[in-house]
Design a protein around this ligand. Structure first.
Ligand code: PMP
Length: 443
């Protein structure tokens, strides 16, 4: 048993195989969180860490929400579990109705999952099955985008475009192409808000249509804003152009809003902020404020109706999870939506956007900083890679921030932040100060 350097308890760190973690390195000095309240985590040594990332982009209403805790504990006692296969209970119906009220107009049917990855797989399967159901069964190809992150299912890593998430596994879904990503440091570095250059990158979709034939393409999936790849924003006009091209060719447009959903960019969903409505929208994370795993896929009534033509009494869509519409998760989500509505959190990112933007951009001019990107309450500081050691500087900054009391994410040499939507200006100042100090002393 390996004994952690900084932990007092006699706790083995060997058995838990940590996800997306440098397991061996973690053990040498574990970052071990113990409790959370509002904007802050506290670690096992009592150190306070300001949450610059809403956990993993999910605790949008901050931590320790009593209303969610009460709803969850009440529901566990009232009815811990009930199937939703050929059986129902009121909560997912109530939740779906509430979600449709805040969703982009036209997305008025909801399929429940347990995570972002499951939402993505569900969306891809709905897209493929929909094309068949409407008699377009040759449409089997899927199109993702370079640097896209769509979770870790085989569907998600196939349409996703982050090479490390794919290369260890060999096989993937066949018939997948990728649009070019929209990160362009040469033309767009240090833009405040959406980049001005790059809408024309959407035209690449026309090339794929010419190559494969529209009659063979089922759907295009993109994150309106790529979060995990390091906050890559859509150039002005880009999403609109994707919408036009997909609509013209009968190709479904899927927005993966697992990160952007539930208020991150200043509207309930990015498609509302940027005024482009997809055919299918995936969500998870902020749906329950991260307290209980849950995801939701939104589709139009018209898509769902395409499944409803067969004989009555037969299952229309052979897909679902044991925990789809789980009563405890649904109770957590309903309590979360109440908080979002009562505290105005789904639009708060827009109110604080300029303050957040100016804070982040105050780091411009520091050594290593080659780009700063922001929208709503999300942002990234892009650092130059150290010669021959891509990602090393980003990791060092991430680690040092943690020990200085700030949680950030690093992806390669990009430092990403997405604070809970309850953040105050004083928290933003504190986050920027810590990050600035750390960058200043990082070689
Ligand atoms: N899609 C997007 C856009 C995401 O950001 C994530 C997670 N960061 C996922 C899907 C996968 O979600 P999960 O980890 O809950 O499976």
């Amino acid at each position: 048993m390996q004994q952690p350097a900084t932990q007092s308890q006699d706790q083995s760190l060997d058995e838990f195989w940590m996800p997306f973690t440098a397991n061996r390195q973690f053990k040498s000095r574990p970052r071990m969180l113990e409790s959370a309240e509002g904007m802050f985590y506290t670690d096992v040594e009592g150190r306070e860490i300001i949450d610059g990332t809403s956990g993993l982009w999910c605790c949008n209403a901050g931590h320790g929400r009593k209303e969610i805790a009460e709803a969850v504990s009440k529901q566990v006692v009232k009815m811990d579990f009930a199937p939703t296969f050929q059986m129902g209970h009121p909560l997912p119906f109530q939740l779906a109705e509430r979600l449709v009220e805040i969703a982009p107009k036209g997305l008025d049917r909801v399929f429940f999952t347990n995570s972002g990855s499951e939402s993505v797989d569900t969306a891809l399967k709905i897209a493929l099955a929909y094309q068949r159901a409407r008699g377009e069964g040759t449409r089997t190809r899927l199109i993702g985008r370079e640097l896209g992150y769509h979770g870790v299912g085989f569907g998600g890593i196939s349409v996703g475009g982050m090479v490390n998430n794919r290369k260890a596994f060999g096989v993937q879904l066949p018939g997948v192409d990728h649009l070019p990503h929209t990160l362009d440091l040469e033309r767009n570095a240090f833009t405040r808000g959406l980049p001005k250059h790059g809408a024309e990158l959407a035209e690449h979709l026309e090339k794929l249509v010419t190559l494969h034939g529209a009659e063979n393409i089922a759907a295009v999936i993109v994150e309106p804003m790529s979060g995990s790849a390091g906050v890559i924003l859509p150039p002005v006009g880009y999403l609109k152009r994707l919408r036009e091209i997909t609509a013209k060719h009968g190709i479904l447009l899927i927005f993966d809003e697992v990160i952007t959903g539930y208020g991150r960019v200043g509207a309930p969903f990015a498609s509302q902020r940027w005024e482009v409505t997809p055919d299918i929208m995936t969500t998870a994370k902020g749906l329950t404020n991260g307290a209980i795993p849950m995801g939701a896929v939104f589709v139009s009534e018209q898509i769902q109706q395409a499944f409803m033509h067969g004989p009555k009494g037969l299952i229309e869509f052979f897909h679902g999870y044991t925990y789809s519409g789980h009563p405890v998760a649904a109770a957590a989500a309903l309590a979360t939506l109440d908080i979002y509505a009562r505290d105005g959190l789904l639009t708060r990112a827009q109110e604080l956007e300029i303050y957040w933007q100016e804070g982040l951009h105050s780091l411009k001019g520091m050594h290593h900083v080659i780009d700063i990107r922001n929208t709503g309450l999300v942002g990234a500081v892009h650092l130059a890679s150290r010669e021959g050691e891509p990602g090393a500087r980003g990791y060092e900054v991430f680690e040092a921030c943690y020990w200085d009391g700030l949680m950030v994410r690093c992806t390669g040499d990009i430092i990403a932040m997405s604070p809970p939507l309850i953040v105050e200006k004083s928290h933003i100042d504190r986050m920027i100060n810590i990050l600035g100090d750390v960058i200043r002393r990082t070689p």
